[in-house]
Every structure is written in C-alpha cells, then in structure tokens.
Design a protein. Sequence first.
Length: 285
Amino acid sequence: MPPASMNAPGPVRTPGGHRLGTVSRESRLDGTAGAAPVRSECIVSIVVPVFNEFATFQAMMNALMAKELPGMRKEIIVVESNSTDGSRELVKTYDGHPEVRVVLQPRPRGKGHAVREGLAIATGDIIMIQDADLEYDLDDYDGLLAPLAAWQSMFILGSRHQGGWKMRKFHDAPLTAAIFNFGHSFFRTAMNLALNTSMTDPFTMFKVFRRDALFGIDFVCNRFDFDIELVMKLVRKGYIPVELPVNYASRSFAEGKKVSFTRDGLTWLWTIAKMRLVPIGRGPA
C-alpha cells in the first residue's frame, strides 16, 4: 500500500516561491481532480545543472542525447549558471533541439538552485539529475528507470557502495580523497540516524523519482545541501528509496570538482538537523 502522503497532493514551488498547479496522479485516481489525459509513453525529465564544465559538458551532452531509453522519451533540461569558462556558449548550441530545454540563469546561485529551477519546469513522469561531468555511467539509466516506469518504486538511489566501494580516489591528492571518504561516511551515518534508515549512498548524483513524489514539498536549499534536503524530505514524506548499484569514477579538484569540505561540511550538519524538524511543505497558500 502506498504511503498516506501519496493521497495528499500539494503544490510544488519554483525557486521564486511560486506554485505549480499540476495535479498529481494520485488525486486523479481518487477522482478529486477530474480526468486527466493519459500519456502514450513515459517521459523522463533529466535536469542538468551546468557551471564551469567546459571540459566535459559537450561529451556528456552528446552521450546523453545519444542514449536510447526504449519506451520512453527524454526531456533534457540544461540549467546554465553564467559560467566563466565558455560553458554557456556550448550550452547555447543545444538550444532549439527537440529534446532539450535550455535555461540561462543570470548569475550562479549554487547547484541546488539550478536543480530547483529545472524541477520547476520539468514535465516528465520521471525525473532524474545528471551532473555535467563524466563521473557516472549513463548505461546505468536503464536499471534505475525500470522500477519507476513499472510503478514498483517512487524513489531510486544509484548507490556507489553496493557490490564494492566506489568512492573518491583523487590520484593527484590521496589525502584529500581519504578526508572526503571519511566525511561521506560521517554524514551518511548522521542522516541515517536522523531518519532511522540504512541508506548506503544518500549523496549519490543518481537520484531518480516519480515527479508525483514532489507534490506538497517545498525546496529552499541552493548549494550542495540540496542533495540532503531532497532525500530527507522525500523520505519524511514516506518514500524510502530503493538503492541499486551504479558505476562511478571520481574526478579530483584539479579536474573540476567544486564541493568545499570546510564550507559545505558545516552546512551539511546544520541541514541534516534542520531538515529533520522543519515542515516538508508550507501548506495551502
């Protein structure tokens, strides 16, 4: 039986606080919102935040556009945050492609803010987040999407730690890699304690979910703390993620990694504590 929260659809807010009026699948099924058109195919919205990813964006994007999803149609939403390395010009070359929607932000406000803006305009049945680097394997899409397309789950995490430890190696900075791996274990434990769960990799990029799961949830985080907010609010709403193994090849700071252990680490601790207590939505307007 689905969680009780699935029968209590609510609004999704854009980064500016506006609400989307789309009616959830659950409310249509119980008749409270009337009939809705039935889609003949499943649409997958793939949100791609981009900031200073000139070295990898084009290769990732071309692979993403070439990736076939049998029985599904892709909606690729690229949110570019006014990069300084030429990424913006690359992003503009994809504007107008039938599978691609381009959002050009006036200034960088963090990965979380970019993802939130992408979520606000996503129209797909299923939503996933794809970083503009090449750390994750697009061939894992098929396995991650299948349970959601079949309504076997509402929320999937692509875990880097099932079937082997695939964490940061940073061949040019092994000590930094060790610190980050320890930090990952620490923050994962803190989140699991806060939620009474046993997730192996809540910080994975591969967060894939049915769009209906977002109804009634407000998102406010702008940086990498959005990863924590998204997982904790979905879990608190009743959607315990199914974790499936994925491939992962880490990149170092010299190769473009942007997360800051000092700045973001302190923010993550505060976010875990806060997201355990604050309401997941603001209620009716």
